[in-house]
Design a binder for this molecule. Structure first.
Ligand SMILES: NC(=O)c1ccc[n+]([C@@H]2O[C@H](COP(=O)([O-])OP(=O)(O)OC[C@H]3O[C@@H](n4cnc5c(N)ncnc54)[C@H](OP(=O)(O)O)[C@@H]3O)[C@@H](O)[C@H]2O)c1
Length: 282
């Protein structure tokens, strides 16, 4: 398959580059495929003529989205509509990556795909509109995922390891529950979805759940590091954007579609740590 990937400099795009090796991958830099430019999207899609477009590009800085709502809407929603139109013209499949932040976090059991959404941040609202835009392409697959990280990129794992290496005391929120998900696990699952032509909205996270504090504890335990880690509450650590308190996603629907390649979050963490991170932490 010929596959066009947007957001080439991001952490999920990097996982796709490593994992989808059997396919003919095109990952233009942002200077070539700038999602804020409709003409760039149309021109790249019509030149590459992909079978599949994986939209990994997004305005992912959740707090910055609050003060730059227009830009967030342009990249996370409007651009997805342009991609959907371009894919439709080519007969290509559009894979859109969405987020657990479409929910308000007041739930008490894992969210299913048909549970009502109610985002509490600009990021969540723009990503939800991105889902609607992606669905305008007749061949679309929308993977809602959560708490992405891997050995590379700017993410919670590398932030924790860097802080511990500097001996900094860490206070980490213990009242937000979700599922840490590795980019590599998601990339493997997306590859199957693309190859088998899965359709629609599908929750795609690692299994199990924890808090950010629990995730940090697991990182330090697995590394044998005695970090100075203590729990705090969301209220102790105010941020511009609100985050859902509970955003675990139910993977039952996905498991009916085909092979389930999403491991338990803890197992996925060990896989990443065994390999070592790009920051040199082993
Ligand atoms: N990270 C998470 O925890 C998480 C959770 C749920 C869902 N998701 C979704 O998963 C997808 C992949 O996220 P990720 O973690 O890989 O994010 P990431 O590492 O921030 O990658 C997103 C990439 O998009 C690029 N980008 C921003 N504006 C662009 C533009 N105008 N044109 C082209 N590219 C642009 C960014 O470049 P710059 O860095 O140069 O801006 C960045 O390289 C996104 O759709 C995100 O919303 C992420």
């Amino acid at each position: 398959m010929k596959v066009l990937v947007t957001g080439a400099s991001g952490q999920l795009a990097h996982a796709i580059r490593l994992i989808w090796r059997e396919h003919d991958l095109v990952l233009p830099e942002e200077s070539v495929l700038d999602l804020s430019q409709q003409t760039a999207i149309q021109s790249v899609v019509s030149t590459v003529r992909p079978d599949v477009v994986v939209n990994c590009g997004a305005f992912t800085q959740v707090d910055r989205c609050e003060s730059e709502a227009d830009l967030a809407h342009l990249i996370n929603a409007t651009a997805v509509g342009w991609l959907a139109e371009a894919c439709e013209e080519q007969g290509a499949m559009l894979i859109q990556i969405s987020t657990d932040y479409v929910f308000d976090g007041m739930g008490t059991r894992p969210y299913r795909e048909d549970d009502p959404t109610n985002p509490v941040s600009v990021y969540g609202r723009t990503k939800l509109e991105g889902e609607r835009q992606a669905a305008r392409c007749s061949r679309h697959f929308i993977a809602r995922t959560s708490w992405l990280y891997d050995a590379w990129g700017k993410n919670f794992l590398n932030t924790m390891l860097n802080a511990a290496a500097q001996g900094r005391p860490l206070r980490v929120v213990a009242d937000q529950r979700g599922a840490p998900t590795t980019c590599r696990a998601l990339a493997r699952q997306l590859q199957v979805a693309a190859e088998q032509g899965w359709q629609g909205l599908v929750h795609t996270t690692c299994a199990g759940e924890t808090t950010w504090h629990g995730f940090a504890q697991a990182i330090f335990a697995a590394k044998g590091l005695a970090a100075d880690l203590s729990p705090c509450t969301t209220a102790d650590y105010p941020t511009p954007a609100r985050r859902p308190a509970y955003s675990v996603l139910d993977g039952a629907h996905r498991r009916t579609l085909g092979p389930d390649l999403m491991p338990d979050w803890h197992e996925a963490l060990l896989e990443v740590l065994e390999e070592g991170t790009t920051d040199g932490h082993r």
